[in-house]
Design a protein. Sequence first.
Length: 87
Amino acid sequence: MVEAWVETLGWLLPALALWVAFAIVSGAMGAVKGRPGLGSLLGLLLGPVGLAITLLMRGTLRECPYCSGLIPRVAPACSHCGKHLRG
Ligand SMILES: [Zn+2]
């Protein structure tokens, strides 16, 4: 009986750790796109599929062409260097 448990834990724990890793990586990818909560939620619920969705998700942030700082997609000017981005 105990051996069966050990055998089960033998593959369950690495699988669980891998799943959590997907959630963490997905959360980090979501954070880059300005949606950290959504990223980790997708990773936690869907594992590798959630990570793929997070990677394909269109972010709310974009990179400033002048200073490479991350700013909201709709911002008219960069909050880091102050350059006007459109208009
Ligand atoms: Zn800038």
